[in-house]
Structure formats: structure tokens, C-alpha cells
Design a protein. Structure first.
Ligand code: MV4
Length: 443
């Protein structure tokens, strides 16, 4: 096992990773920016290194700074958390060159799945259903041909996109050429890669993702699915496991597809296969996330498995100590992402001092946060300040537990999304469980 791990992240996820390291007897190195001197992850780690100025580009995203911190402190491995450098193939490669274990899949797998077009081809070849569409579009002639074949409405997507960036909807052939050039320009400036492909637009879909855990010896387990359709402008607000829209036979099919996806690329570590699920219960591969996800706690609650501990163990070369038959999916978990944003002002991010904090508690209530009373939230980073997760035997009971926990939560000093989520959970649209990714459109 690694004696020392550097956590290349901040906020609640850095705290989450440090906790698992502590339980495993691994010593921890925090890195922090000049804006994060008083951050919780810094006080919880055994050692800490300031790696640069407040903007993430000058600190948490600076590969030489993060690697130097690992080298000078003698850390044998780096946990990237989510976001930041977690899906950066170049960073994973640099870690390898510095003889530091990147806790995640190989640089090659990160790169292959980061190319959304290649990922789809790999999955199609592996027998995973993918959204109908075409390969990269290289000319206007090919664009028109493929557009006519796919039919309308369709989507133009960036090869290097993901998370909803660089997408254009096209409703009619007259719009195609303009959308193509504007998508290419946006992708070029956002990702430094203007390559695009097209897909049939699937409407009224659910976003369901399947959690994988794989070791370096070829063992793969599927750890249930997550319902992630409750989102606004590609920011997820509420996640649950299991999905209220997935029955046992559909679940078995989706797990089988996710298993084939993992096998196709010799996947190592934790990863997520994202599917779109249509109203007629057909599912299609959309992309694969080669990292731990924000919403991983709902999976931990229904499986009883600590995903971060297993990430570390498989990165150290240990074999999974359990098989698929040992995975029991039990009860229902719900997560609310609490963002420091004002819903009354179009979800404008709010920074500032947390004047009063009361954390909800009780059995099967989990609150993942890096907040503490009098902490000053800096304006430079993501606005997610906490995740409230509950677990109960049934969905109805989990909903009631979430409502009670949200009601108990007090965060004063900054506006946050908690009250809005409390209202949302009370809506029939949420309670019925049939909501799609379009549910919050216009709000
Ligand atoms: C789609 C789609 C419908 N049809 N592709 C948005 C994020 C990016 N990963 C892909 N996205 C979508 N791709 C086809 N062919 C609908 C979405 C989509 C979506 C997907 C998952 C979660 C939220 C979403 C919100 C709007 C659109």
C-alpha cells in the first residue's frame, strides 16, 4: 500500500479522500492555492503545500506545481478527485514518468474515452448500444449527406466535448451548415479541437449512469445505477440510486452493457458509463467518465462499499476481494448538491462568510462538505459547497428523510439552493420519478 498520497483537489472531495486515507493508515498531503490557506482540507491533511495563486489555472490545474509538491513530499500516489486534472491524460502520463501512481485508469484509456467519437466506435464494436449518428464530419458535402441520413432534429457534438459543452441542435437542413461552422469554432476555442460529429437527437430522455469498479487483474464489478436526470443547464441538482425508471430486466441489460464497456478497454479503477434512456426504455451509450464522480455517495449508500478506498487499493495493485454475486444493492439513496447560488437571481454564484452552520444528522444521513462555521467561501472555484445524502429502505422513506434533513440544514451568510431543492422534492414530477433531463427547462 502507498505510505503517502497527495490529494490534487480542494473542497468537499479533498476532505472525502483524506478521510478514507486516514482510515487506511495512509498519510496525506494537501495542496492549496493562496485563496485556500484556511480551507478544511489543509487542516485535515498531515502535510500541505501551497502550489500557487488563487485562479485554478495557476494552482490546482498547474501540472508542474502539483507534481513538484508530490516529489518534494515523497508521495507515491496522487488522487485527482473529480474535475481539475482528473480526466487529463497528459497529467496521468506525467505522473507515470515521475514514477508517481495516478489513482485512476491509464493515460491511454483516459485519452481514448476523452475522444467522444472514438469512444462511441469502441463501444459499438464491443456490442454496447450507441446513439445513432455518424463519425467525424470532415466536409460540407459529408455534412449534408449524413444530416439527411440521420434525420432531424439532430445534434452536432464536439469530439473533445462532454458535460454539455460544444453542442448544437439542428432542427432542419437549412440550419445545418451554419450550426456546423459555429460548433467547430466553439469547439476549437473551448477545447483546442474543432472536430465534430453528429447524432440523432433523442428527446424526453433520462440520464442514467452505471458505476464500475475494476482492478488491474481483469475483475469487473457493476455497482448499480444512478438516476441523474434532475439537472439544470447540465448542472445536476439531485441524484438517486436506484433509478425509479429502471426495472430488474432493464437493469440487467444496462449492467451487462456497462460490463462489456469496461472489458473493451481493460478498464482499471472506478468509472461511470453514461446512458440516455428513452421513454420506450431503450438505452444508448453516451460517454464514459474515467474518474470518481460527485454523486458517488449514493452508490456507496446502496452498496455499502467505500469507492475511494477501492480506488486506492486497485491503484496499488490489490485484487477485488468480492465478486459481482457479493454485491447487494439495498434500499434507496438520494443526494442533493447544495450550491452557493441564489435561485432568485438566476442561480448567480455567491461567495462570502458562513455565519452559521448547522449540519443535519441522524441515522443514514450523510453531509459531505468542507464548510465550517465562519469559513469564508472564496469566489474562485465551483459553487458546490456541500452534498446531503440520505439512505432508507424505500424511495418514499428516502424522500421523507431528505425533506427532514433539508429542513434541519442551516447555512447562513450565503444564499444556497437548499430551499429550492426542498420545494422541488415536494413536486409531483419528482415524486412520480418519471422526470427527464428536460424537467427544469425554463427555470
Ligand atoms: C444527447 C441528448 C439527446 N440526444 N444526445 C448533454 C451533455 C452531453 N454529455 C450530452 N448531452 C445530451 N446528449 C443525443 N443524441 C441529450 C443530452 C442532454 C443531457 C444529457 C445528460 C444529462 C443532461 C442533459 C441535458 C440536456 C441534454
Amino acid at each position: 500500500m502507498f505510505p503517502k498520497i497527495l490529494i490534487a483537489n480542494r473542497g468537499e472531495i479533498a476532505v472525502r479522500v483524506i478521510r478514507s486515507c486516514k482510515e487506511m493508515g495512509i498519510s496525506t498531503v494537501a495542496v492549496f492555492s493562496e485563496a485556500d490557506r484556511d480551507a478544511l482540507h489543509v487542516s485535515l491533511a498531515d502535510e500541505s503545500v501551497c502550489i500557487g495563486a488563487a485562479p485554478a489555472s495557476q494552482s490546482y490545474l498547474s501540472m508542474p506545481s502539483v507534481l513538484s509538491a508530490a516529489i518534494v513530499t515523497g508521495a507515491q500516489a496522487i488522487h485527482p478527485g473529480y474535475g481539475l486534472l482528473s480526466e487529463n491524460a497528459r497529467f496521468a502520463e506525467l505522473c507515470e514518468r515521475c514514477k508517481i501512481k495516478f489513482i485512476g485508469p491509464t493515460a491511454d484509456v483516459i485519452r481514448r474515452m476523452g475522444d467522444k467519437d472514438e469512444a462511441k466506435r469502441t463501444m459499438r464494436a464491443a456490442g454496447v448500444p450507441v446513439v445513432p449518428g455518424c463519425d467525424l464530419v470532415k466536409s460540407v458535402e459529408q455534412l449534408k449527406e449524413e444530416g439527411a441520413r440521420i434525420g432531424y432534429p439532430l445534434l452536432i457534438k464536439a469530439r473533445s466535448g462532454g458535460g454539455g459543452r460544444g453542442i448544437r441542435r439542428v432542427d432542419a437542413p437549412e440550419e445545418l451548415e451554419n450550426a456546423f461552422f459555429s460548433a467547430r469554432a466553439e469547439a476549437e476555442s473551448a477545447f483546442g479541437d474543432g472536430a465534430v460529429y453528429m447524432e440523432k437527437l433523442l428527446e424526453n430522455v433520462k440520464h442514467i449512469e452505471v458505476q464500475l469498479l475494476c482492478d488491474a487483474h481483469g475483475n469487473v464489478v457493476v455497482l448499480g445505477e444512478r438516476e441523474c436526470s434532475m439537472q439544470r443547464l447540465h448542472q445536476k441538482l439531485i441524484e438517486e440510486s436506484p433509478s425509479p425508471a429502471v426495472d430488474a430486466s432493464l437493469r440487467a441489460e444496462m449492467f451487462e452493457a456497462a460490463y462489456r464497456a469496461a472489458k473493451a478497454v481493460n478498464y482499471e479503477g472506478v468509472g461511470t458509463v453514461e446512458f440516455l434512456l428513452t421513454q420506450d426504455k431503450k438505452f444508448y451509450f453516451m460517454e464514459m467518465n474515467t474518474r470518481l464522480q460527485v454523486e458517488h455517495p449514493v452508490t456507496e449508500m446502496v452498496t455499502g462499499i467505500d469507492l475511494v478506498k477501492w480506488q486506492i487499493r486497485v491503484a496499488a495493485g490489490l485484487e477485488l476481494s468480492f465478486a459481482q454475486k457479493d454485491v447487494n444493492l439495498s434500499g434507496h439513496a438520494i443526494e442533493c448538491r447544495i450550491n452557493a447560488e441564489n435561485p432568485a437571481e438566476n442561480f448567480r454564484p455567491c461567495a462570502g462568510k458562513v455565519k452559521l452552520l448547522h449540519v443535519p444528522g441522524g441515522p443514514w444521513v450523510r453531509f459531505d462538505t468542507a464548510l465550517y462555521q465562519d469559513y469564508v467561501i472564496p469566489p474562485f472555484y465551483d459553487s458546490m459547497i456541500a452534498k446531503l445524502i440520505v439512505h432508507a429502505p424505500t424511495r418514499a422513506e428516502a424522500i421523507r428523510k431528505m425533506q427532514a434533513a433539508l429542513c434541519e440544514m442551516v447555512i447562513e451568510g450565503v444564499e444556497h439552493t437548499g430551499f429550492m431543492q426542498s420545494d422541488l422534492i415536494a413536486e409531483r414530477g419528482f415524486q412520480e420519478g418519471s422526470y427527464t433531463t428536460e424537467y427544469l427547462n425554463g427555470r
